[in-house]
Design a binder for this molecule. Structure first.
Ligand SMILES: *Cc1c(COP(=O)(O)O)cnc(C)c1O
Length: 397
């Protein structure tokens, strides 16, 4: 395969590659991929300056105007950063209340189990949102709980969890909040001046539209200082990574240099788009256009509009016996779109992501492709089975 050396800002899909309608890795800008064409020495001053820029910009994106927060990048995928956060900020004798309503909440609970640290779970099933009052009640009932873990956008259903009301319930009781903002940060607000938390994590390949290779923790410096000695893991010790970076400007172990270079370009594009507000607006438009089009074809969303995130949307598979997800997937791929299977346990579903280098024009083509795919399979109506509607009726208003 010939390597594309054009300096035109063409997204890969214009070169015949499919759009990734997946919540990371996602479709990145050509210039972001192009930024990886240079090798950097990890110890060199130029690369250390890049790391510093990256951290400064991410802390600013979190809305810290008082210098109370710091950013600590961690090598690995997002789950490595989640594990690093849980292992570093929760003292060994602490106890975590994990709020789960999908795969990522459950993964955090499993991480706690691996860490061998005390935890308890509120499991709301596939997609019901954990609410502030039930979190408050759980904390009142168990004074040993020191920390609460919440996923801002639970990517397995696409639900937007009510982090603000949960934060209020947590701090009203003197406990601390840890946030998995993996698939939200950069597009949805998690401003430290409005929502209180100790630490949050996200990664390079979600709403900031970089390529995979590292995650990052944004935490109160107070919490970072207090984290010394908590971690079970040398490589995942957020305090140690932070302390070493402060001292030397370097990552402790080999950094993903090309990924960092790409990320800085992605950050430049993010700022040019108008930051969190601009990016969130484009994703919202992507979702609105895509959901309206899919509904016009007869598809129904798992979630009511109130809980729909502009990140990824779950649709029920049609009841029509001619509908076959593997065929639907292949028909979408043949038209240039990679979609995502669903993760619901009760009814069949699939997901379409709204994030990455794509806009409403692309989303209109996604809807046309879905219509053609249905026609190809001989599906007359995309209406879901009654069981799906009954399932959805359980969702609180
Ligand atoms: C993507 C994601 C993660 C991390 O997943 P990795 O595959 O390890 O990058 C964690 N939580 C949420 C909510 C996510 O969307």
């Amino acid at each position: 395969m010939e390597f594309p050396m054009s300096d035109q800002a063409l997204p890969a899909p214009e070169m015949g590659e499919p759009y990734l309608l997946t919540p990371g890795p996602l479709t990145t800008a050509f210039s972001t991929r192009q930024a990886m064409l240079r090798d950097w020495g990890s110890w060199d001053g130029d690369f250390r300056a890049m790391t510093r820029m990256l951290c400064d910009q991410l802390v600013a994106m979190a809305g810290d105007r008082e210098g109370a927060f710091a950013c600590v990048p961690m090598q690995g995928s997002g789950s490595f950063a989640v594990e690093a956060m849980l292992g570093s900020f929760v003292p060994r004798d602490g106890k975590v209340l994990v709020l789960a309503n999908g795969a990522y909440g459950l993964r955090a609970a499993e991480t706690m189990r691996y860490l061998g640290r005390a935890h308890t779970v509120i499991d709301k099933g596939d997609y019901m949102p954990p609410r502030g009052d039930e979190v408050g009640a759980a904390l009142d009932a168990d004074p040993e709980i020191t920390h609460v873990f919440v996923v801002q956008c639970e990517t397995s259903s696409g639900i937007l969890n009510p982090v603000a009301e949960i934060s209020e319930a947590v701090y009203a009781r003197g406990r601390k909040l840890l946030v998995d903002s993996m698939s939200a940060f950069g597009a949805l607000e998690l401003d430290v001046s409005r929502i209180r938390y100790e630490a949050m994590v996200s990664s390079a390949n979600k709403c900031i539209e970089g390529v995979p290779g590292f995650g990052f923790v944004i935490a109160r410096t107070e919490a970072l200082e207090a984290a010394q000695g908590n971690s079970h893991s040398l490589a995942l010790d957020v305090h140690a990574q932070w302390a070493a970076m402060q001292k030397t400007g370097q990552w402790r172990y080999t950094p993903p240099t090309h990924v960092v270079a790409a990320f800085l370009e992605a950050l430049r594009l993010h700022a040019a788009e108008g930051g969190v507000a601009g990016r969130g607006a484009r994703y919202t438009r992507n979702r609105d256009v895509m959901v309206a089009g899919m509904r016009a074809l007869g598809f129904e969303t798992l979630l009511k509009d109130r809980w729909l995130s502009p990140i990824i949307v779950t649709f029920f598979c049609p009841a029509d016996p001619n509908f076959d997800f593997p065929r639907f997937y292949a028909a979408m791929k043949a038209r240039g779109f990679i979609i995502y299977p669903g993760k619901l346990t009760v009814v069949d579903s699939f997901r379409i992501g709204c994030i990455g280098q794509l806009d409403e024009h692309v989303m209109r083509r996604v809807v046309s492709a879905a219509g053609e795919a249905l026609a190809e399979m001989g599906v007359d109506s995309a209406a879901p089975p009654d069981a799906a509607i009954a399932e959805r009726a359980r969702l609180a208003a």
